[in-house]
Design a protein around this ligand. Structure first.
Ligand code: SIN
Length: 305
């Protein structure tokens, strides 16, 4: 049987399968239906410096190949996460986790990252500069190399853990943003976040989502995500966590061949709560099918001919 372990900035994961932030909460509901310690790790819901109620409802619009969300970074804030969520999580998840962090100013990111990085349960920080659902923050930091570099540099200066920056696909040139983050000291990159989209209800003739637009995710975005991972892999030498429309072990292999060192699974968790367990279970036989003995060896394989 092949070896599924992968490494992110010195942190060895048993396998590359990571539920994505915002689709897995703090893991509690999933731990009630399977032992989530089979996962590589997971990325918990984006945490901001202050608690946030999120956007008005409706926040979700279904699409044939995925969904659009405009949650608006709803979360209980960094104090609550450190005092309540992480201690509770320790009872059912015995590995380190990824702390996804959102913000509305550089100071917000710095403060939340500084504090979360001090938790022994946090393996790395995933700095979300790509949320399309909030004004004056979120994605606005991820659409220019200058702003992306500024946040990365500031967060790196205060973080005791590796800093991975989560990039937006809603840009003309994701490679220039990726390079700016690497130059500013990022230890790795996560990509892609959701694609800005919308739906209109023909009966009401109004946008389905109260905030009008939101982030499109799910199976339909897989080829776009794969293309961006492929392009960014050629431009940087830090690890990439690939995500976007992944729902099978075959998708994981494809993402890793494009350049991902580990792979997040997002919207598929909302379709089938067992999807990540099934991917972990399926990986060894899919590796056998393609003659893969060591998963680490295939990272970026599509570039090497
Ligand atoms: C949200 O909370 O609006 C989703 C987070 C994101 O898209 O980054």
């Amino acid at each position: 049987m092949g070896r599924t372990a992968v490494t992110l900035s010195g942190w060895e994961l048993d396998n590359p399968v990571i539920p994505a932030s915002g689709t897995f909460g703090y893991g509690r509901e999933f731990a009630a239906i399977y032992d989530i310690n089979c996962l590589g790790t997971f990325s918990f819901k984006g945490t901001t410096r202050q608690p946030r109620f999120g956007n008005p409802t409706p926040r979700i619009a279904e699409c044939p190949a995925g969904l659009i969300n405009s949650v608006g970074l709803q979360n209980p804030g960094v104090d609550h996460v450190l005092a309540v969520e992480l201690p509770q999580m320790a009872a059912y998840f015995h590995k380190k986790v990824i702390a996804n962090v959102g913000g509305f100013s550089v100071e917000d990111y710095v403060e939340a990252c500084r504090r979360l990085s001090q938790s022994e349960q946090v393996g790395l920080l995933e700095v979300n500069i790509s949320c399309p659902n909030v004004e004056h923050g979120g994605m606005s930091f991820g659409v220019t190399p200058e702003a992306a570099g500024e946040v990365t540099r500031a967060v790196k200066a205060v973080s005791a853990k590796p800093v991975y920056v989560k990039l937006s696909p809603n840009v003309t040139d994701i490679v220039s943003i990726a390079r700016a983050c690497e130059e500013a000291g990022a230890d790795g990159l996560s990509l892609i976040n959701t694609l800005l989209g919308m739906r209109v209800d023909p009966r009401t003739r109004r946008p389905v989502i109260a905030n009008r637009m939101g982030g499109y995710s799910g199976k339909g975005i897989f080829p776009v995500a794969l293309r961006m991972v492929y392009q960014v892999y050629e431009a940087v030498s830090i690890p990439i966590i690939g995500m976007g429309g992944v729902s099978t072990a075959e998708d994981v292999i494809e993402m890793m061949l494009a350049g991902a060192a580990a792979v997040q699974v997002g919207t598929a968790n909302l379709v089938d709560p067992l999807v990540c367990k099934n991917i972990v279970d399926d990986l060894p036989q899919v590796m056998d099918k393609y003659g893969i003995k060591e998963l680490n060896d295939i990272i970026g394989g599509a570039h090497h001919g």
